[in-house]
Design a protein around this ligand. Structure first.
Ligand SMILES: [Fe+2]
Length: 271
């Protein structure tokens, strides 16, 4: 089934952040590439995915109608190939005042999360001075911003206090699955683990773009989380993604209990 609400909410792996739409941003260039990426995600166990093309990014200024057209093309391709996955349309929105105005005007796709959440990103090079104010405005509007991959912003790799402040002010954090595997380097990996250990990661998502460098390595990363943070941490992360997709309140998100399983002693001192 494509686009059904119930099946995703009742269980399974939800990917809240993926660039799947053909030809609209730095995701797949063609429908064939998009379908191949989606097929791989399905093989990885993904049951529901929110398509999140960049919006309000200087490089990608694709009109909403075009985004919706690309989404229809993707759904048709999924149906043609018999891929069993629920697809939703959202956006990865640059956190700016203009984005806030667009949200208020209903010009940002929000076919997921009951309109209660928005996935936001920041420029890689520097954190804008008003980032917390804009986030606050979203919150006042009844929308909880989810910051995409804080562990990958150089400023946040060096300064974890920025992430703590974001969460203290009511924002949520989404860590990229592949960050824990070291795909983005040692700094982002360390920061991702730091966030998980401190309960500062609420959901994880693939942010997949293709089948080459930015792959949806969900199962491998999930295995890493289970091994290093325990089964309950993995379950909480998966459950939280379902809560967000369903549009339940952020207050119902689970705390992610990071407790590394005990290591077996390989040797013991005697005598
Ligand atoms: Fe992204």
């Amino acid at each position: 089934m494509i686009g059904g609400w119930e099946s995703a909410v009742h269980g399974g792996l939800v990917d809240l952040h993926v660039h799947l739409l053909p030809g609209v941003d730095d995701g797949p260039a063609s429908t064939e590439e998009a379908a191949a990426l989606l097929e791989e995600m399905v093989n990885q166990g993904v049951k529901a995915a929110v398509c999140t093309p960049h919006m309000f990014d200087r490089r990608y200024r694709v009109p909403e109608e075009e985004v919706r057209r690309a989404f229809s093309v993707l759904r048709e391709a999924a149906e043609d190939r018999g891929l069993t996955v629920d697809l939703y349309l959202g956006a990865e929105v640059r956190l700016t005042g203009a984005a806030l105005d667009a949200w208020a005007a209903g010009a940002i796709p929000r076919d997921w999360g009951g309109g209660r959440y928005v996935l936001v990103e920041l420029p890689m090079r520097e954190i804008p001075r008003d980032w917390l104010e804009v986030a606050h405005e979203f919150l006042v509007f009844g929308v909880t911003p989810i910051l995409a991959h804080p562990e990958r912003y150089p400023a946040m790799v060096y300064n974890g206090a920025l992430i703590k402040e974001w969460v203290e002010r009511g924002g949520l954090c989404q860590v990229t699955w592949s960050s824990v595997l070291g795909t983005w380097g040692r700094g982002p990996r360390r920061r991702a683990v730091w966030m998980l250990e401190r309960g500062l990661c609420h959901v994880m998502a693939s942010d997949a773009h293709d089948l080459a460098k930015r792959r949806p390595d969900v199962q491998k990363a999930l295995g890493w989380v289970r091994e290093h943070g325990g089964e309950q941490a993995a379950e909480a992360l998966l459950a939280n993604a379902r809560v967000v997709l369903a549009g339940d309140s952020a207050g119902t998100l689970r705390q992610v209990p990071w407790s590394p399983p005990r290591k077996r002693l390989l040797w013991s001192r005697s005598g």
